[in-house]
Design a protein around this ligand. Structure first.
Ligand code: IMP
Ligand code: MG
Length: 179
């Protein structure tokens, strides 16, 4: 059943699950024998993290960060605020940032710079979605799940003004819902 504010389902549950499984397999192989800390960017990546972590067969740890770049608007302001920081030091550790969606890239650019300054062994990024052609800054994102069109999307953790996160699929939000 499609939500009445969603105009089109871009990725259904099966497509997302297949994508998460393949990302998990790649990450498991790449970090074989190493312990990696998954840094989840709240709130949008919480469902992705829950599924991705179970698709990784290695010994992992999980921590959370919350940043705000959007407020209740549908586009990036470029201003990033840390709302919740990591619980522990990441010095000397392999870090994998888990993001929901890479749009302008401004949020991630800030996060990578911030985490690098804490002297980890490595910092890589896995994003479930990449909005094609939207990146205003060049970001090395090692793992990209699904390419999505330049539309405002919701579901599977992604919100608009805190709603729609619980939709099991990823869909395009009707512009009428935010204009
Ligand atoms: P960026 O800084 O423009 O790359 O925006 C990244 C963050 O904005 C993501 O982590 C999301 O939380 C949010 N975001 C960007 N595009 C969308 C969208 O289409 N739907 C919901 N949230 C989005
Ligand atoms: Mg958001």
């Amino acid at each position: 059943m499609m939500h009445e504010d969603v105009t089109e389902v871009l990725f259904d549950e099966q497509q997302i699950a297949a994508c998460v499984r393949s990302l998990g397999a790649r990450i498991s192989a790449d970090y074989a024998g190493e312990k990696v800390l998954l840094v989840t960017v709240l709130k949008g990546a919480f469902i992705f993290m829950a599924d991705l972590s179970r698709a990784i067969t290695n010994d992992i740890e999980i921590d959370f960060m919350a940043v705000s770049s959007y407020g209740a608007e549908a586009r990036s302001s470029g201003v990033v605020r840390i709302i919740k920081d990591l619980n522990a030091s990441i010095e000397g550790r392999h870090i994998l940032i888990v993001e929901d969606i890479l749009d302008s890239g401004l949020t991630l650019k800030y996060l990578i710079k911030n985490l690098r300054s804490r002297r980890p062994l490595s910092v890589e990024v896995v994003t479930l979605l990449l909005k094609e052609g939207k990146q205003e800054t060049d970001i090395q994102c090692k793992y990209v799940g699904l390419i999505c069109p330049d539309e405002f999307v919701v579901g599977y953790g992604l919100d608009y003004a805190e709603s729609y996160r619980n939709l099991p699929y990823i869909g395009i939000l009707n512009p009428k819902a935010y204009s």
